[in-house]
Design a protein around this ligand. Sequence first.
Ligand SMILES: [Zn+2]
Length: 135
Amino acid sequence: MVRESRTAGKRAIEVVEKGYVRFTPENYKQVYLNWMYNIHDWCISRQLWWGHRIPAWRCLDCDTIIVARETPTKCTKCPRSRLEQDPDVLDTWFSSGLLPFTALGWPDATRDLEAFYPTSLLITDSTSCSSGWRA
Ligand SMILES: [Zn+2]
């Protein structure tokens, strides 16, 4: 997973540096690139009683961690099937990012998904983001 995210990060940098993605105002291009070049791991799990459960299970016999879309029925390393799902949930920001996909039909290219997430324009409030980062 780490290697995949770093590959995605390189592509996200490349599309900005080549001008496929533009920022308005222009100075936010450098803010974005500074952030992307200095990206750090961010814990996305929270100990709450509500939210999207972390899709990871631990084998109670050999401690193997299994990350899967569907609930696994047996361990991937040993022949046992005593699995326990991580009790944590995804943090609110991560979960809120999932909502459009779950509500609009992803992974299918639905009309709703295309209408609400055309991925050709992103408008965000930089003042709330920057105040959040400095808190
Ligand atoms: Zn096991």
